[in-house]
Design a protein around this ligand. Structure first.
Ligand SMILES: *[C@@H]1O[C@H](CO)[C@@H](O)[C@H](O)[C@H]1NC(C)=O
Ligand SMILES: *[C@@H]1O[C@H](CO)[C@@H](O)[C@H](O)[C@H]1NC(C)=O
Length: 157
C-alpha cells in the first residue's frame, strides 16, 4: 500500500505546483469594441420562400467607439450561412484580424450562431500571433442598423 499512496502524494504535489504557477491560459483580456457592417455585403440569395440556405461573405470593421470616425482596430472577415429554418439565426465562421493597436498582426478564429434579436454568444476557438492557443467567447448585440456592441473575452497563454 505504501507506493500507491506515495504516487498519489507526488501527483497531488505536481498538481499543486502547476496550479501555483498558473495554468496554460493565465492571461485574460476583455475588449469592448463596436462592429460596423461593410457596404456592400456580398451574398448568395437562393430566392426561395425564406432565407434558409442563403450565404453572406463579410469584411466588417471593429472600432473603438460607436462613432463612424472612431479608430478601426480589427476586421472580422468570414461568412454567415442562414442555417436555421426559421431564418432567425445564422451560423458564422470568421477570423478577426487586428490591424492596429497592441494586437496588430494577431488574429482570433470565431465560430458560432448570430441571432437577429438579443445577444449572440460565439466561441473563440483559436488564434494566431499574440493569441496563439487562445480560447474565449464573444457577446454581441445589434444596437443600430448595421452596428453591434461587441465584447471579446479572451484567455491565452
Ligand atoms: C417553402 O418551401 C419549402 C420547400 O419547397 C416548403 O417545404 C415549405 O413548406 C415552404 N414554406 C412556406 C412557408 O411556404
Ligand atoms: C500594423 O502592422 C503592420 C505590419 O507590421 C504595419 O504595416 C502597420 O503600419 C501596423 N499598423 C498600425 C496602425 O500600427
Amino acid at each position: 500500500m505504501e507506493s500507491p499512496n506515495l504516487l498519489l502524494l507526488l501527483l497531488l504535489l505536481a498538481v499543486a505546483a502547476f496550479a501555483a504557477t498558473g495554468d496554460a491560459y493565465g492571461k485574460f483580456r476583455h475588449l469592448h469594441l463596436y462592429s460596423r457592417n461593410s457596404e456592400p455585403a456580398r451574398s448568395v440569395d437562393l430566392h426561395r420562400n425564406n432565407s434558409f440556405g442563403n450565404i453572406l461573405a463579410f469584411d466588417n470593421v471593429l472600432q473603438e467607439g460607436p462613432d463612424p470616425s472612431s479608430r478601426v482596430i480589427a476586421r472580422p472577415q468570414g461568412m454567415a450561412v442562414i442555417a436555421d429554418l426559421t431564418g432567425a439565426n445564422a451560423f458564422t465562421a470568421y477570423t478577426i484580424t487586428f490591424i492596429a493597436g497592441e494586437f496588430n498582426g494577431s488574429s482570433l478564429s470565431v465560430l458560432g450562431l448570430t441571432t437577429m434579436t438579443g445577444v449572440s454568444d460565439r466561441s473563440i476557438v483559436g488564434g494566431t500571433g499574440y493569441f496563439r492557443t487562445a480560447r474565449g467567447y464573444i457577446l454581441s448585440q445589434n444596437i443600430d442598423v448595421g452596428m453591434e456592441d461587441y465584447n471579446i473575452y479572451i484567455t491565452f497563454s
